[in-house]
Design a protein around this ligand. Sequence first.
Ligand SMILES: [Zn+2]
Length: 468
Amino acid sequence: MKWTLFVLLFTPWVQAQEVTAFVDVAVVPMDRAGVVEHQTVLVAQGRIQRIAPIRSARIPANARRIDGRNKFLMPGLADMHVHFVREALPELPPALANKAPGAPRIPASASPDHERENRAYALMFLSNGVTTVRNMWGSPTIDAFAAEIRSHDVAGPFIYSTGPITDGNPPMWFSSRVVETATEAEAAVKADKREGYVAIKVYSLLSSDAYAAIVTAARKEGLPVVGHAPRSIGLEGAIAARQDSIEHLDEFLPSLQPGGRSAQRKPFADALRDMDPRRLPGLARDIAAARIWVCPTIVVRDLPRTDPVWREEASFVPPSVFERYARMYPNIAAGTDPRSTPRAHEVDLSIVAALHNAGAQLLLGTDTPKPGVLPGYSLHDELVNFVSAGLSPYEALRAGTVEAARFLGRSSDFGVIAEGRRADLLLLEANPLDDVRNTSKIAGVMVVGRWWTAEDLRKSLIALRASY
Ligand SMILES: [Zn+2]
């Protein structure tokens, strides 16, 4: 009994203590374009300890050796917009149960089955080389899950989390935190700071006064403000406030209407038809000049597919997740969302292209899960979207590695392959700088020094699926 406890407590520690050597690997450092061939990378205590040419590298006799020949070692990928599962929702108020018009809708990112669902997401992220995520609706349940991953009790990516969604009254989603006054704004910011969240997350239905109060309070506490540009102020208002990151592209279209944004919001299809692309470069320049980051999540409107590849990937998600998300986004699930058309996708790409050309700071993110967006797999689709928008593979990969770390103020922890950084690594069969699709050719993944081969991860996913 005592011995079992000892093993349970100390196994992670033992693993963190051992030395791993990637021998004769091509390093893709990501702090500069290009590859450094024939390197040995030593990992100890969860960090990259030494990088040296194979001839001069001394490998400790007890080190675990991983053959790196004809393989490429890059920093693990970061999905900068995800939703892990929160605890089950409190009892629904009657208005919501009756679906009264204007009442908040029921979010899908909460479930009594959060533990199993989060484990599935976490494994799907790892299987796709995603070693870092930014979770966009923080909760005690997810904080506890992140701690389990950090202590190596559960396999998963490193989780940075924002506070809960902070919205107006009524909010878009039931169980959001509502802020209407300056006192509430200060309390919300202080609470998020105290909980260790990386930012306060603002949402679409905040009033302009509540938003301004949140920004003021957050600046005072040194807490970043991220999220949607509230409709009350639009993109222009978020730019003026220098919101730290703007999530999704939804607020661009209203600002691209001939004559600019108006109080009356057009239906999406009309706004798409009427948009004036000549307004785009100026808007992108304003965002770049304000040093605002944009996390476009182009994949968010992707439709669920029917091909065998998709069906296999989607089979790793517990079915209850799809049931809830189909209720949350019935139009995407049914394939009738006007934002899921080729024309809407083309406009999304043109917005990202304009932002890139203006020198705006971009983050790679997916908003997973959604009816057509899967943890891990969809980040590879977003990489392809970035390249379609005109970024080079190197630039697209930066948005999901070194730029993600810079945005979070964690450049000394992750994002590049350099001595002293966390050993969050992705070993690939082909060079990702030649083609971003090569990031799917995974040989193995390391998170904080803990190593899994692609085969290990696949077996774990299949075992988990068998429990659904
Ligand atoms: Zn989201």
